[in-house]
Ligand binder design. Sequence first.
Ligand SMILES: [Zn+2]
Length: 214
Amino acid sequence: MNTPLIYVRRRNARRYILRVDDEANVRVTIPRGGSLEYAKKFAAGHAEWIAEQITKRLDRVAVRNSEKSVLFRGESIPLVIEGNTVCFGDQTFSMAEGEDLRRRIRARLFELARTELPGKVLELAAQYGLSVKRISIRDQRSRWGSCSTRGNIALNYRLVQTPGFVRDYVIVHELMHLREMNHSSRFWKLVHDAFPRTQEARDWLRKNGRLLAH
Ligand SMILES: [Zn+2]
């Protein structure tokens, strides 16, 4: 192990303590009456554990440095991490020890999607006089939404990452399938009439298609 260990004497410590901090520094606490010699042996006896902890911390630092922003509601929002607290925009949440940051953010976005999207679907459906059977939120890699012949609408949770008008376009698109279960010119006329920013929204989705791959 190449990491230099920091030995600290603590008169109020009752035993030898090993600690690896967020920056992967390793600290060995020597209790009252303890010796540096024993502390070294103690650390050597835990070499494997120390190495594991260091790897974990360094991985996390690497993730932190590579993940500086989150696409949220159509904007690149800076990611702020302090200790175990993660913030972006109006979102603040905690992360468990050793938890994967990307996965945690994804879970948060999914949660938000489940809270926000169904209400939006119902609101737009009412606006167009349509009724929806069931709404589900999914983690789909290939599409933004779908509508079944039974009137069930499924939406990609990543819609919370798109601008509001893009999210609404996808919802209106799926809703219009309740009238036309295909992509005929009749269907597209329905969509364009119902949602004037259709072309702009489709352009955004095409430009940001890679969002689906994450
Ligand atoms: Zn469609």
